[in-house]
Design a protein around this ligand. Sequence first.
Ligand code: SF4
Ligand code: SF4
Length: 317
Amino acid sequence: MNDFLRQVACCTGATQLHGQDLETVQINLGPRCTLECHHCHIGASPRRDEFMTPQIIDNLLRQLPKIDCRTVELTGGAPELHPQFRELVDNVRALSLRVAVRSNLTIHQDPGMETIAPFLAERRVALTGSLPCYLEENVDRQRGPGTFVRSIAALRRLNGLGYGLSPELPLDLVYNPGGASLPPDQTRLEESYRQRLHAEHGVAFSRLLTITNMPIGRFRADLRRQGNEEGYFALLKAAFNPRTLDRLMCRHQISVRWDGRLFDCDFNLALNLPVNTSHPDVSALSATPATRPIATGEHCLGCTAGAGSSCAGALAA
Ligand code: SF4
Ligand code: SF4
Protein backbone atom coordinates (compact mmCIF):
# COMPACT_ATOMS: atom_id res chain seq x y z
CA MET A 1 0.00 0.00 0.00
CA ASN A 2 1.40 3.44 -0.92
CA ASP A 3 1.53 6.45 1.44
CA PHE A 4 -1.55 8.01 -0.16
CA LEU A 5 -3.71 4.90 0.33
CA ARG A 6 -2.42 4.61 3.88
CA GLN A 7 -3.77 8.11 4.57
CA VAL A 8 -7.08 7.22 2.86
CA ALA A 9 -7.39 4.01 4.89
CA CYS A 10 -6.53 5.81 8.09
CA CYS A 11 -9.31 8.40 7.60
CA THR A 12 -12.02 6.37 5.86
CA GLY A 13 -11.23 2.68 6.35
CA ALA A 14 -11.17 2.14 2.54
CA THR A 15 -8.05 0.45 1.16
CA GLN A 16 -8.66 1.38 -2.49
CA LEU A 17 -9.95 4.48 -4.30
CA HIS A 18 -12.67 3.91 -6.93
CA GLY A 19 -14.12 6.11 -9.65
CA GLN A 20 -17.67 7.41 -9.10
CA ASP A 21 -19.08 8.69 -12.40
CA LEU A 22 -17.76 10.02 -15.69
CA GLU A 23 -18.27 13.76 -16.15
CA THR A 24 -15.28 14.58 -18.36
CA VAL A 25 -13.15 12.93 -21.00
CA GLN A 26 -9.83 14.76 -21.10
CA ILE A 27 -7.86 14.42 -24.33
CA ASN A 28 -4.17 15.21 -24.29
CA LEU A 29 -3.36 15.96 -27.93
CA GLY A 30 0.40 16.02 -27.43
CA PRO A 31 3.18 17.60 -25.36
CA ARG A 32 4.30 20.22 -27.88
CA CYS A 33 3.98 23.69 -26.38
CA THR A 34 5.24 27.15 -27.25
CA LEU A 35 6.39 27.54 -23.62
CA GLU A 36 8.55 25.46 -21.29
CA CYS A 37 7.34 26.24 -17.76
CA HIS A 38 9.26 25.18 -14.65
CA HIS A 39 6.21 23.51 -13.10
CA CYS A 40 5.10 21.56 -16.21
CA HIS A 41 4.20 17.97 -15.20
CA ILE A 42 4.03 16.80 -18.83
CA GLY A 43 7.54 17.99 -19.73
CA ALA A 44 6.04 20.01 -22.59
CA SER A 45 8.25 22.18 -24.80
CA PRO A 46 8.60 23.44 -28.40
CA ARG A 47 10.97 20.50 -29.03
CA ARG A 48 8.39 17.75 -28.35
CA ASP A 49 6.88 16.40 -31.57
CA GLU A 50 4.38 13.73 -30.46
CA PHE A 51 0.79 14.37 -31.65
CA MET A 52 -2.36 12.25 -31.46
CA THR A 53 -2.76 10.53 -34.83
CA PRO A 54 -5.86 10.93 -37.06
CA GLN A 55 -6.61 7.20 -36.50
CA ILE A 56 -6.72 7.62 -32.72
CA ILE A 57 -8.92 10.72 -33.11
CA ASP A 58 -11.32 8.75 -35.36
CA ASN A 59 -11.45 5.96 -32.81
CA LEU A 60 -12.13 8.46 -30.04
CA LEU A 61 -14.96 10.08 -31.99
CA ARG A 62 -16.54 6.64 -32.48
CA GLN A 63 -16.33 5.97 -28.72
CA LEU A 64 -17.62 9.30 -27.38
CA PRO A 65 -21.32 8.83 -28.37
CA LYS A 66 -21.36 5.58 -26.36
CA ILE A 67 -20.23 7.35 -23.17
CA ASP A 68 -22.42 9.20 -20.72
CA CYS A 69 -20.21 12.28 -20.17
CA ARG A 70 -20.96 16.00 -20.40
CA THR A 71 -17.60 17.56 -21.22
CA VAL A 72 -14.63 16.91 -23.47
CA GLU A 73 -11.55 18.84 -22.39
CA LEU A 74 -8.66 19.34 -24.79
CA THR A 75 -5.21 19.77 -23.31
CA GLY A 76 -1.51 19.30 -24.11
CA GLY A 77 1.13 20.91 -24.39
CA ALA A 78 -0.73 23.52 -26.33
CA PRO A 79 -3.70 21.67 -27.87
CA GLU A 80 -4.18 24.50 -30.40
CA LEU A 81 -0.96 23.34 -32.13
CA HIS A 82 -2.51 20.01 -33.17
CA PRO A 83 -3.17 20.02 -36.95
CA GLN A 84 -6.74 18.68 -36.39
CA PHE A 85 -7.57 20.93 -33.44
CA ARG A 86 -10.41 22.88 -35.10
CA GLU A 87 -11.86 19.83 -36.81
CA LEU A 88 -11.90 17.98 -33.48
CA VAL A 89 -13.65 20.87 -31.70
CA ASP A 90 -16.34 20.89 -34.40
CA ASN A 91 -16.75 17.12 -34.31
CA VAL A 92 -17.12 17.05 -30.53
CA ARG A 93 -19.59 19.97 -30.57
CA ALA A 94 -21.59 18.07 -33.20
CA LEU A 95 -22.07 15.35 -30.55
CA SER A 96 -23.74 18.03 -28.35
CA LEU A 97 -20.95 17.80 -25.79
CA ARG A 98 -19.49 20.79 -23.98
CA VAL A 99 -15.91 21.52 -25.11
CA ALA A 100 -13.28 23.02 -22.82
CA VAL A 101 -9.72 23.93 -23.80
CA ARG A 102 -6.72 24.37 -21.48
CA SER A 103 -4.67 27.12 -23.07
CA ASN A 104 -1.26 28.60 -22.30
CA LEU A 105 -2.86 31.99 -23.23
CA THR A 106 0.26 33.37 -24.98
CA ILE A 107 -0.50 31.21 -28.02
CA HIS A 108 -3.27 33.67 -28.91
CA GLN A 109 -0.53 36.26 -29.53
CA ASP A 110 1.52 34.03 -31.83
CA PRO A 111 1.66 34.71 -35.59
CA GLY A 112 -0.84 32.56 -37.49
CA MET A 113 -2.98 31.92 -34.38
CA GLU A 114 -5.08 35.10 -34.57
CA THR A 115 -8.22 33.30 -35.71
CA ILE A 116 -8.25 30.62 -32.99
CA ALA A 117 -9.91 32.80 -30.32
CA PRO A 118 -12.88 33.92 -32.49
CA PHE A 119 -13.27 30.33 -33.70
CA LEU A 120 -13.54 29.11 -30.07
CA ALA A 121 -15.86 31.96 -29.05
CA GLU A 122 -18.26 31.18 -31.92
CA ARG A 123 -18.50 27.59 -30.71
CA ARG A 124 -18.92 28.56 -27.05
CA VAL A 125 -15.78 26.67 -26.02
CA ALA A 126 -14.82 27.20 -22.35
CA LEU A 127 -11.23 28.34 -21.74
CA THR A 128 -8.86 27.78 -18.83
CA GLY A 129 -5.48 29.53 -18.91
CA SER A 130 -2.45 29.47 -16.65
CA LEU A 131 -1.53 32.76 -14.92
CA PRO A 132 0.35 31.81 -11.75
CA CYS A 133 0.46 35.38 -10.38
CA TYR A 134 -0.80 38.91 -11.06
CA LEU A 135 2.83 40.11 -10.85
CA GLU A 136 4.99 40.11 -13.99
CA GLU A 137 8.18 39.07 -12.22
CA ASN A 138 6.65 35.93 -10.69
CA VAL A 139 4.96 34.79 -13.90
CA ASP A 140 8.09 35.29 -15.99
CA ARG A 141 10.20 33.41 -13.44
CA GLN A 142 7.94 30.31 -13.74
CA ARG A 143 7.00 30.49 -17.41
CA GLY A 144 9.77 32.37 -19.19
CA PRO A 145 10.64 36.03 -19.98
CA GLY A 146 7.89 38.07 -21.62
CA THR A 147 5.16 35.56 -20.74
CA PHE A 148 3.22 37.90 -18.44
CA VAL A 149 2.97 40.76 -20.94
CA ARG A 150 1.85 38.37 -23.70
CA SER A 151 -0.66 36.66 -21.38
CA ILE A 152 -2.21 40.02 -20.48
CA ALA A 153 -2.43 40.96 -24.16
CA ALA A 154 -4.13 37.61 -24.86
CA LEU A 155 -6.57 38.12 -21.98
CA ARG A 156 -7.52 41.56 -23.34
CA ARG A 157 -8.19 40.01 -26.73
CA LEU A 158 -10.29 37.25 -25.17
CA ASN A 159 -12.23 39.84 -23.11
CA GLY A 160 -12.86 41.69 -26.38
CA LEU A 161 -14.64 38.59 -27.67
CA GLY A 162 -16.74 38.30 -24.49
CA TYR A 163 -14.58 35.72 -22.72
CA GLY A 164 -14.59 36.24 -18.95
CA LEU A 165 -17.53 38.67 -19.29
CA SER A 166 -20.40 36.54 -20.60
CA PRO A 167 -21.53 33.40 -18.70
CA GLU A 168 -21.54 31.59 -22.06
CA LEU A 169 -17.83 32.26 -22.52
CA PRO A 170 -16.06 31.22 -19.32
CA LEU A 171 -12.42 32.18 -18.94
CA ASP A 172 -10.85 30.66 -15.83
CA LEU A 173 -7.31 31.41 -14.66
CA VAL A 174 -5.03 28.95 -12.92
CA TYR A 175 -2.75 29.80 -10.01
CA ASN A 176 -0.02 27.50 -8.72
CA PRO A 177 2.55 28.36 -6.04
CA GLY A 178 6.00 29.53 -7.14
CA GLY A 179 7.68 26.91 -4.94
CA ALA A 180 7.24 24.09 -2.43
CA SER A 181 4.23 25.44 -0.55
CA LEU A 182 0.46 24.92 -0.66
CA PRO A 183 -1.78 27.42 -2.48
CA PRO A 184 -3.48 30.12 -0.37
CA ASP A 185 -7.26 30.28 0.05
CA GLN A 186 -8.84 30.22 -3.43
CA THR A 187 -11.67 32.67 -2.71
CA ARG A 188 -9.44 35.32 -1.15
CA LEU A 189 -6.79 34.98 -3.84
CA GLU A 190 -9.47 35.26 -6.55
CA GLU A 191 -10.54 38.59 -5.05
CA SER A 192 -6.93 39.89 -5.14
CA TYR A 193 -6.50 38.71 -8.75
CA ARG A 194 -9.77 40.37 -9.76
CA GLN A 195 -8.83 43.70 -8.20
CA ARG A 196 -5.22 43.78 -9.42
CA LEU A 197 -5.87 42.56 -12.96
CA HIS A 198 -8.78 44.96 -13.40
CA ALA A 199 -7.07 48.01 -11.85
CA GLU A 200 -3.65 47.52 -13.44
CA HIS A 201 -4.48 45.88 -16.77
CA GLY A 202 -8.23 46.29 -17.41
CA VAL A 203 -8.58 42.50 -17.58
CA ALA A 204 -11.58 40.39 -16.43
CA PHE A 205 -11.93 36.65 -15.90
CA SER A 206 -14.56 34.21 -14.64
CA ARG A 207 -12.98 32.19 -11.81
CA LEU A 208 -9.56 31.62 -10.31
CA LEU A 209 -8.57 27.98 -9.80
CA THR A 210 -5.78 27.22 -7.32
CA ILE A 211 -3.69 24.14 -8.06
CA THR A 212 -1.01 22.48 -5.93
CA ASN A 213 2.34 21.76 -7.58
CA MET A 214 2.36 18.00 -8.12
CA PRO A 215 5.55 16.22 -7.00
CA ILE A 216 6.26 14.84 -10.48
CA GLY A 217 8.03 15.98 -13.67
CA ARG A 218 10.11 19.18 -13.72
CA PHE A 219 8.82 20.31 -10.32
CA ARG A 220 9.98 17.07 -8.67
CA ALA A 221 13.38 17.37 -10.38
CA ASP A 222 13.64 20.92 -8.91
CA LEU A 223 12.73 19.60 -5.44
CA ARG A 224 15.43 16.96 -5.76
CA ARG A 225 18.02 19.53 -6.84
CA GLN A 226 17.12 21.68 -3.85
CA GLY A 227 17.23 18.71 -1.44
CA ASN A 228 13.56 19.33 -0.57
CA GLU A 229 11.83 16.24 -2.01
CA GLU A 230 11.28 14.61 1.38
CA GLY A 231 10.24 17.90 2.97
CA TYR A 232 7.59 18.55 0.31
CA PHE A 233 6.12 15.05 0.67
CA ALA A 234 6.02 15.53 4.45
CA LEU A 235 4.14 18.83 3.94
CA LEU A 236 1.58 17.16 1.62
CA LYS A 237 1.10 14.22 3.95
CA ALA A 238 0.65 16.36 7.04
CA ALA A 239 -1.98 18.43 5.19
CA PHE A 240 -4.00 15.38 4.00
CA ASN A 241 -7.68 16.38 3.94
CA PRO A 242 -10.26 13.55 3.65
CA ARG A 243 -12.94 16.08 2.58
CA THR A 244 -11.19 16.31 -0.80
CA LEU A 245 -11.71 12.63 -1.63
CA ASP A 246 -15.20 12.81 -3.17
CA ARG A 247 -14.25 15.39 -5.81
CA LEU A 248 -10.82 14.06 -6.84
CA MET A 249 -10.74 14.44 -10.62
CA CYS A 250 -9.79 10.78 -11.22
CA ARG A 251 -13.19 9.82 -9.75
CA HIS A 252 -15.08 11.81 -12.39
CA GLN A 253 -12.93 11.76 -15.52
CA ILE A 254 -10.70 9.72 -17.76
CA SER A 255 -7.66 10.95 -19.71
CA VAL A 256 -6.68 9.83 -23.19
CA ARG A 257 -3.00 10.29 -24.09
CA TRP A 258 -1.81 11.19 -27.58
CA ASP A 259 -0.79 7.56 -28.15
CA GLY A 260 -4.30 6.29 -27.31
CA ARG A 261 -3.49 4.99 -23.79
CA LEU A 262 -6.06 5.60 -21.04
CA PHE A 263 -5.29 7.08 -17.62
CA ASP A 264 -7.27 8.09 -14.54
CA CYS A 265 -5.87 11.63 -14.72
CA ASP A 266 -3.30 13.80 -16.49
CA PHE A 267 -0.77 13.23 -13.67
CA ASN A 268 -0.94 9.45 -14.02
CA LEU A 269 -0.64 10.05 -17.78
CA ALA A 270 2.62 11.92 -17.21
CA LEU A 271 3.86 9.08 -14.97
CA ASN A 272 2.78 6.40 -17.47
CA LEU A 273 0.50 4.79 -14.87
CA PRO A 274 -2.46 3.55 -16.97
CA VAL A 275 -6.00 2.70 -15.82
CA ASN A 276 -6.35 -0.58 -13.92
CA THR A 277 -8.07 -2.52 -16.72
CA SER A 278 -6.97 -5.32 -19.02
CA HIS A 279 -7.12 -3.05 -22.11
CA PRO A 280 -6.14 0.56 -21.26
CA ASP A 281 -6.59 1.79 -24.83
CA VAL A 282 -8.90 4.26 -26.56
CA SER A 283 -10.62 1.40 -28.43
CA ALA A 284 -11.88 0.24 -25.00
CA LEU A 285 -12.86 3.71 -23.77
CA SER A 286 -16.62 3.13 -23.72
CA ALA A 287 -16.13 -0.26 -22.02
CA THR A 288 -13.93 1.17 -19.25
CA PRO A 289 -16.06 1.33 -16.08
CA ALA A 290 -16.46 4.72 -14.39
CA THR A 291 -16.26 2.86 -11.08
CA ARG A 292 -12.88 1.23 -11.86
CA PRO A 293 -10.24 1.04 -9.11
CA ILE A 294 -7.99 4.09 -9.50
CA ALA A 295 -4.25 3.66 -10.00
CA THR A 296 -2.67 5.69 -7.19
CA GLY A 297 0.81 6.53 -5.89
CA GLU A 298 2.50 8.82 -3.41
CA HIS A 299 2.10 11.72 -5.90
CA CYS A 300 -1.68 11.60 -5.17
CA LEU A 301 -0.94 13.36 -1.87
CA GLY A 302 -0.65 16.52 -4.01
CA CYS A 303 -4.41 16.32 -4.76
CA THR A 304 -5.55 15.85 -1.16
CA ALA A 305 -3.39 18.41 0.68
CA GLY A 306 -5.11 21.41 2.30
CA ALA A 307 -8.13 22.51 0.27
CA GLY A 308 -7.23 19.90 -2.36
CA SER A 309 -6.30 20.37 -6.00
CA SER A 310 -7.69 19.42 -9.39
CA CYS A 311 -8.04 20.76 -12.93
CA ALA A 312 -11.09 22.59 -11.54
CA GLY A 313 -9.15 24.11 -8.62
CA ALA A 314 -9.66 23.58 -4.88
CA LEU A 315 -11.86 20.65 -3.81
CA ALA A 316 -12.88 21.48 -0.25
CA ALA A 317 -13.37 24.75 1.62
S1 SF4 B 1 2.01 26.20 -20.82
FE1 SF4 B 1 1.26 24.36 -19.79
S2 SF4 B 1 1.79 22.67 -21.17
FE2 SF4 B 1 2.99 24.44 -21.82
S3 SF4 B 1 4.95 24.17 -20.76
FE3 SF4 B 1 3.66 25.50 -19.50
S4 SF4 B 1 2.64 24.12 -18.03
FE4 SF4 B 1 3.46 22.85 -19.72
S1 SF4 C 1 -2.96 12.21 -8.97
FE1 SF4 C 1 -4.63 11.50 -10.26
S2 SF4 C 1 -5.11 9.47 -9.45
FE2 SF4 C 1 -3.96 10.52 -7.89
S3 SF4 C 1 -5.54 11.47 -6.56
FE3 SF4 C 1 -4.87 12.99 -8.09
S4 SF4 C 1 -6.36 12.80 -9.70
FE4 SF4 C 1 -6.49 10.92 -8.48
